[in-house]
Design a protein. Sequence first.
Length: 168
Amino acid sequence: MSGAPDGPRLTHIDASGKAAMVDVGDKAETERVAEAEGFVVMRPETLALIESGTAKKGDVVGVARIAGIMAAKRTHELIPLCHALMLSKVGVEIAPEPALPGLRVTATARLTGRTGVEMEALTAVSVACLTIYDMAKAVDREMEITGVKLVAKSGGRSGDFRREAPAS
């Protein structure tokens, strides 16, 4: 259940196959950073409404940014077995992508600690995208949340990771 004896293994599964929180007590404290992204695809009129700041529920981008930051700080309450972390920084950026059409949401989470911040960055993006959907659903129920993924991470025992750009 935990993978090949000498190969990769799932770290949240103990020797008997039960879910378990990873013990990070012996790990070194290092700076850890993670970046994630996601997209909300919508009709061009919906994007124009959001960009103009005239949506009925208010500042869609501003509210979604705050929701993403708040979500990152509460990841341990949402995702079983995640550690409560003292994040030193969470940033959420939301930018129009007219070619979709829609919005690109990116989040960066940072700390100095014993465990990574990938889940915090992914949670920030996910909740920011859900907030955009919630605030604009009255005018566009066909919006689609897509492409939520880890873009990069640094620090920790497993080293750095950067997603390769797709070949064009």
